[in-house]
Design a protein around this ligand. Sequence first.
Ligand SMILES: Nc1ncnc2c1ncn2[C@@H]1O[C@H](COP(=O)(O)OP(=O)(O)OP(=O)(O)O)[C@@H](O)[C@H]1O
Ligand SMILES: [Mg+2]
Length: 328
Amino acid sequence: MDAETTTGFIELDDVEKVFDVRRKTGFMRGERHRVRAVDSISFRVARGEMVGYIGPNGAGKSTTIKMLTGILTPSGGRLRVAGIDPSRERTRLAHRIGVVFGQRTTLWWDLPLRDSYRLMHRMYRIPDARYRENLDRCVELLDLGELLDVPVRQLSLGQRMRGDIAAALLHDPEVLYLDEPTIGLDVVSKSRVRGFLRDLNAERGTTVLLTTHDLTDIEQLCKRVMVIDHGRLMYDGALAGLHEVGESERTLVVDLERQLPPIRLESAPSVRTVKVEGPRQWLAFPASESAAPLVARIAADYPLVDLSVREPDIEAVIAKMYESATGM
Ligand SMILES: Nc1ncnc2c1ncn2[C@@H]1O[C@H](COP(=O)(O)OP(=O)(O)OP(=O)(O)O)[C@@H](O)[C@H]1O
Ligand SMILES: [Mg+2]
């Protein structure tokens, strides 16, 4: 077993990135101040993992990814990807990683996709057979066939993004960083991209670190999610575990025989009736509590016709978490 497998394929120990910025405060006057974009972050990602990296705007996600590719040098701490220090050996690392920045393209603006890919073929010295195989696979699964001869600047955002994802994968990278790969994509393209990433991870064991503001990406792709805010790691674990941290609530939707005043259960103070609409009532209760005793109590005291339990909305849970972090 090599060192990578026992430690982590991606390793961060107290990594920091501080930007020195000058803010103009008046004519000829400026103020130097420091932005701690990444503040002492530590984590490990094992080979083959698919991890979500989420957080509000300005949290430090892109900065982290830039350090992982070697574009930015950390101000402090230790960082390794496949045993390589990215900022010191950026070129050597480039052969082993792929990166997609949803906000901008790595393709040549004036060239058709096909020519961009040919350039990468040479740049990365990809063996011919391998190149053709990877290209064919991407063209098929990302539906690029019709687009290969179109200059990049004429592609729509979603088309270009698919083109970018293919470009990041032609050289068989072991790890893929995706910084908002589904931004601006329509529902069909999103689902195609997600399916493609899932297969890539399952079949090739590609390690994926994914940044997104679309939580459905995370729900559908990542068993593990890390939440970052103000440069700090706030959570690292299963997506489902966020519910507990976020103190989320589930909702019991109750249909009664007729319209009645809001349900009140003396014996269950943590339950709140949040809405009444005719014979239907909505009751919120802590997600950590079981619904069964609650249902039994309502059934005993009220003319119950039907009911259902709604799971907490992950968006709401995360929004709550961001808010509480800001209030610190
Ligand atoms: N080159 C830079 N110079 C100065 N400050 C920077 C630079 N790059 C990023 N920052 C600052 O660092 C912080 C983190 O930015 P970053 O781009 O990593 O956020 P993000 O989590 O990717 O946000 P978003 O969701 O909006 O993409 C922000 O406060 C940003 O203004
Ligand atoms: Mg960003």
